[in-house]
Design a binder for this molecule. Structure first.
Ligand code: CMP
Length: 143
């Protein structure tokens, strides 16, 4: 079954949006199989954002992700990687559609509340970076 990695970033946690994010993913019909709140180490943040290492915002992005707790999650379901990206909305909240998480709650690209894996291979890499296998729980939803 397909899985994706989702992280409520420090700004999302500080704005009390953790429940709202979980509610939207549950309401859509996806299954939560991993969940933890954590303060992110610089090493993990740099590994997670490795593809952006040469970008001018890399340093401030890593600093921001390490600045306060995040909530890391793994969601499961058919097509969950692409669907999660739609629920989350475009990277820049100023242009994300209303009805998406970023479109409804954000205005700043550097404070865009939430991260979701951009492809199936990325999801696999990010899940194994953030979660040990024993932290993931497989279970059958009621229907
Ligand atoms: P995310 O989906 O977590 O993936 C990369 C992140 O880099 C992105 O969300 C933004 O938070 C951040 N980002 C992208 N572009 C910029 C930018 N121009 N300035 C600051 N942060 C950015």
């Amino acid at each position: 079954m397909e899985r994706t990695f989702v992280m409520v970033k420090p700004d999302g946690v500080q704005r009390n949006l953790v429940g709202e994010v979980i509610r939207r993913f549950e309401a859509k019909g996806f299954t939560l199989v991993g969940l933890k709140m954590m303060k992110v180490s610089r090493e993990l943040a740099e590994q997670h954002y490795d593809v952006h290492r040469e970008r001018p915002f890399f340093g401030s992005l890593v600093e921001f992700i390490c600045s306060a707790p995040v909530v890391a999650m793994v969601w499961e379901g058919d097509g969950v990687v692409a669907s999660a990206r739609k629920l989350i909305g475009a990277t820049n909240p100023l242009t994300s559609e209303p009805g998406t998480i970023r479109g409804d709650f954000g205005v700043s690209i550097g404070r865009n509340l939430i991260h979701g894996s951009d492809a199936i291979e990325t999801a696999q890499r990010e899940i194994s970076l953030w979660f040990a296998p024993e932290e993931l729980v497989s279970w059958e939803p009621a229907n």
